[in-house]
Design a binder for this molecule. Structure first.
Ligand code: BG6
Ligand code: BG6
Ligand code: GLC
Ligand code: GLC
Length: 917
């Protein structure tokens, strides 16, 4: 009994002495709580630095965006292939995620070796090897019959701009293959897979192992928002608020950040805690100066640290009686698994003796106790350091969520964490001590990171499928050159039908004579009133023209025309117009002045003289009764009479295209075309009299108001007419009419966009599949919104802001899609309009038998003026389809009122001699 006690006493004493000795020797490796809190604070600062746009380039902790935006929600399903490269083992897997709701995952896997000559050789050979293994797996598992989405778990720092791409920043751990750094890993693998044409895989996602681990654990525990690896290497990822991630556009929701904390300290931040052993180990590593934090923590390095310590202690005579073995001199002789064995609770001491003996040493009891304690200190320091960094992440999460207490789960993986007997307990304890206000659950990933990678791939594959659906819709709006050429030629043919007496009655492009026969010559003068009705605004103007100097002064007032008047009775409409004139005259102090008036009336009118115009039919947003078939000049005169307050001399009725041509023609006599791309779409041009069969004369030229908006009403555009155009047409005031206008003008483009958005939403591709009341409201996308959304200067967030302002609750992804839809619709509009214009300039060139034509187009309209791309695309199309014409586009700054006044001036001049006669 006494002997036993004595033995026990002796052993305790021996142990105490050895522990003290080692503690003294490794004093620098034992980190106090204060130091840990300090390291935690330093890591917090590093995270901040890595996340900032300006500070990221010089940050050592890279905080890499992963483009993984959400943890699994259980709706993932499908069959996936998966590669897991970069940990201690390389695996190929097939993962089957079962039907919704059941949360059932089945995996089949196969390990493949990763010999040093492959992972440290030539980059292309490495990826060829990986591809070979994958092909072999597919062969043995009989998976060659179908296409598989593939997720690649690649456990190295990669800079991503999307999920399916990753630029390798640097190799870490044991890998060092040439020619891969700074290149895209996914492309390498895709290229290597080409050598196996019998296999069909689509690499959809690249994920770090930390991300895979987090996602794996989150599949079972939705609280999981952190992933930590303590294996060959060490690293962590977590869900960060998008608003804190400067490097990625968008503010909404969260994104997983791969911290790459292994590089913490690479800028010198941890020099005060690194020891001579850390420095020696680093110098002998594949990547000196890099991954300094990792080298104090992870499995690849801890055994080596122990070896270096033992060697030094032996040299100093503190171990093995000062004797060293040759094996102890060999790098890598002590591995993490040895440490784990030596630190085992019961058999640890015996294991230690065996391991040391295997190293050719002759350890005493005291040596074994000392060596065991060295291991403890080294692994304890590792756990402490990990705990400090993890505590920083947890604190960040808690602060992001503005919580007093955070409940969260950390997904864990890595051999060191898994096989070391004390490690998890120590880590958990220190973390809880450092962040007492967090309730942390540590969840070991039993199945590695692949299950999580499959979840990411599943989401990516869903997104890809959705993308295809969206692209399919957008493709309907993409016109080929052949399409455009055909539109140009059909338009040209329509011009001829409209001009010829025989075909005119049935022509859809009406080619209306305007009785405007010349351009202003600068001799016009006088004071005129002008009305401008039919565009976005109704204006009344006073125009003063001075002879010779081409100087025009204008005063105008915008009046509203309420919807109920636009679509009420004709009498109400014209009474309202006269009321506005009266207000204007009052306002200008002109009551009683008998001024000549030019009436810009932007609707199709059949004219027999300059001051007569019978409305053929309303277009755009007007639908007042009892007007179609009536002379609008008469209607205006009658309304003036009804009011019986003033008299006006209505001299001319003018289409807005004609007014615009004249406005521009006043400055550039070469302007012989007027184009409106606004609420509606139309064009006029100067035609040879001899070509106009409806007018007797044959000399000179006359302006033709083409009313090209009606192009296509005979079905000639049906090949490019989409279901969305059809819906817009059916919902309009004039179904079946003005088809070209409905594909090209401001009043309808937003409606086409809205119809597409409704369809995409119905397909579950937008707005979370919810069709809001707002989206069902006609006319919400006015030209100005369309123009804003498509502006290149606008950040995604601002687009989202506009959509929200419109009452559409859109995510950032939604906003991207909406912008694309707007782009497709407006692009088609500009191209179609350009094709029409190409037809007219070509006609003019041919009619004049010119090799080259120089001509100016006067243009007006909100779409042309406000939209960021419309005018450019239109001009490009004209150039492409009418290469022999040199077309100058002149924006009408003054609207068509000025042109109408000029026409009035000319008409007045022509009237004069008649009256005098
Ligand atoms: C595995 C994961 O379980 O753990 C890998 O599937 C990961 O993706 C690895 O890289 C990390 O641990 P170790 O010890 O193998 O580096
Ligand atoms: C204005 C003209 O500038 O543009 C109007 O003065 C014309 O006559 C209008 O109708 C066309 O553009 P929108 O976009 O207002 O229809
Ligand atoms: C290394 C890698 C990192 C990986 C970690 C764990 O630190 O750089 O990407 O997550 O090892 O495998
Ligand atoms: C509509 C009208 C047309 C007008 C055009 C532009 O197409 O029918 O007359 O020129 O809109 O406002």
């Amino acid at each position: 009994m006494f002997a036993v006690h004595l033995m026990a006493f002796y052993f305790t004493k021996l142990k105490e002495d050895q522990v003290k000795k080692v503690d003294r020797f490794l004093y620098h490796m034992r980190l106090s709580d204060e130091t840990l809190l300090d390291i935690m604070a330093r890591f917090q600062a590093e995270m901040e630095k890595g996340l900032g746009k300006d500070t990221n380039p010089t940050a050592s902790v890279k905080m890499l965006p992963t483009f993984v935006r959400a943890i699994p929600d259980g709706s993932e399903n499908g069959e996936f292939l998966s590669l897991d490269l970069g940990g201690s083992k390389f695996r190929v897997l097939k993962v089957q995620v079962s039907e919704e709701g059941k949360r059932n995952v089945q995996m089949e896997s196969q390990f493949y070796p990763t010999p040093n000559e492959i992972i440290q050789g030539n980059g292309s050979e490495l990826f060829e090897y990986v591809a070979d293994c994958l092909a072999d797996f597919m062969k043995t598992k009989d998976l060659k019959h179908k296409k598989f989405p593939l997720g690649l778990t690649f456990s190295f720092p990669c800079r991503q701009t999307k999920l399916e791409e990753g630029i390798l920043l640097s190799w870490t751990k044991k890998f060092k293959a040439r020619g891969v750094q700074d290149t895209d890993v996914v492309s390498h693998l895709a290229k290597a897979m080409k050598k196996h044409p019998e296999t069909d895989v689509d690499i959809l996602a690249l994920v770090n192992d930390t991300v895979g681990t987090m996602m794996t654990c989150a599949y079972d525990d939705p609280y999981c928002e952190v992933g930590v690896i303590i294996g060959t290497g060490t690293n962590a990822c977590y869900m960060e608020d998008m608003s804190n991630i400067d490097l990625v556009e968008g503010d909404e929701g969260r994104m997983c950040i791969n911290t790459e904390w292994g590089a913490f300290g690479d800028d010198g931040t941890l020099e005060d805690i690194r020891t001579e052993f850390d420095r020696e180990l680093d110098l002998g590593s594949l990547n000196p100066g890099k991954q300094l934090f990792e080298k104090m923590i992870s499995g690849l390095y801890l055994g080596e640290l122990v070896r270096l310590i033992l060697l030094k202690m032996a040299r100093d005579g503190l171990l093995f009686g000062g004797k060293k073995s040759s094996a102890l001199h060999i790098k890598g002789k002590i591995e993490t698994r040895h440490m784990a064995a030596m630190e085992k609770y019961k058999e640890g001491l015996a294991n230690t003796r065996e391991i040391l003996t295997d190293l050719g040493l002759e350890p005493s009891e005291a040596d074994c106790i000392a060596v065991q304690h060295v291991c403890t200190i080294v692994s304890f320091r590792s756990a402490n350091l990990c705990a400090a960094a993890l505590a920083a992440i947890l604190t960040r999460l808690r602060e992001n969520k503005k919580l007093v207490r955070l409940r969260t789960t950390v997904g864990m993986d890595g051999t060191l964490y898994k096989i070391h007997p004390q490690y998890p307990k120590r880590l958990h304890k220190v973390v809880r001590k450092l962040v007492p206000n967090c309730d942390v659950r540590f969840l070991l990933s039993e199945s590695g990171s692949t299950k999580g990678a499959a979840m990411v791939t599943a989401v990516a594959s869903r997104v890809q499928a959705q993308r295809k659906q969206i692209d399919k819709v957008l493709a309907l709006f993409q016109l080929t050159r052949e399409h455009l050429v055909s539109v140009r030629d059909k338009m040209r043919a329509e011009f001829e039908y409209g001009l010829q007496k025989k075909t005119h009655p049935l022509a859809t492009v009406k080619m209306l004579p305007t009785y405007v026969c010349g351009m202003p010559d600068g001799t016009e003068k006088g004071k005129y009133l002008a009305l401008d009705l039919g565009g976005t605004n109704f204006r009344v103007l006073l125009v003063k023209i001075r002879r010779g100097r081409r100087l025009v002064r204008m005063y105008n007032k915008i009046f509203a025309i309420p919807l109920e008047i636009m679509q009420g009775t004709g009498e109400e409409l014209f009474d309202h117009i006269v009321q506005c004139i009266a207000d204007f005259l009052d306002y200008m102090g002109l009551k009683g002045a008998q001024l000549p008036l030019g009436f810009t009336f932007s609707f199709p009118c059949r004219q027999t003289s300059i001051d007569k115009g019978t409305l053929i039919e309303w277009t755009k947003g007007f639908k007042a009764t009892d007007c179609e078939g009536e002379d609008v000049v008469d209607m205006l005169r009658e309304a003036i009479k009804r009011r019986n307050e003033f008299d006006l001399d209505i001299v001319a009725v003018v289409n807005d295209t004609v007014g615009t041509m004249m406005t521009c023609g006043h400055e550039d006599p070469n302007c012989e075309i007027g184009l409106i791309a606004g609420t509606g779409s139309n064009m006029c041009y100067m035609e040879e009299m001899r070509n106009i069969e409806l007018v007797e004369e044959n000399e000179g030229k006359m302006c033709i108001n083409t009313e090209w908006g009606g192009f296509g009403d005979n079905g000639c555009l049906d090949d490019i007419w989409t279901q969305y155009d059809k819906e817009v047409d059916e919902g309009s005031l004039n179904p079946g009419k003005q088809r070209y206008e409905k594909m090209t003008s401001g009043m309808y483009l937003g409606e086409i966009v809205r119809q597409i958005l409704i369809d995409l939403t119905k397909q579950g591709l937008l707005f979370r599949g919810q069709i809001s009341e707002r989206l069902q409201t006609r006319g919400i996308f006015e030209t100005k919104f369309l123009s804003q959304i498509e502006s290149d200067r606008l950040a995604l967030l601002q687009v989202r802001g506009i959509l929200q302002q419109l009452g559409l609750d859109s995510t950032c992804e939604d906003s991207i899609v909406v912008k694309e839809v707007c782009g497709a619709v407006s692009r088609r509009a500009a191209q179609l309009c350009g094709s029409g214009l190409a037809a007219v300039v070509e006609k003019r060139r041919e009619d004049q038998e010119l090799e080259h034509l120089r001509i100016t187009v006067g243009v007006d309209g909100t779409l042309y003026k406000l939209h960021p791309h419309f005018s450019r695309i239109l001009q490009e199309t004209v150039k492409e389809l009418a290469p022999q014409c040199d077309v100058t586009f002149m924006l009408s700054e003054d609207g068509s009122g000025k042109g109408a006044a000029l026409i009035t001036a000319v008409a007045k001049r022509l009237q004069q001699p008649q009256k005098e006669n």
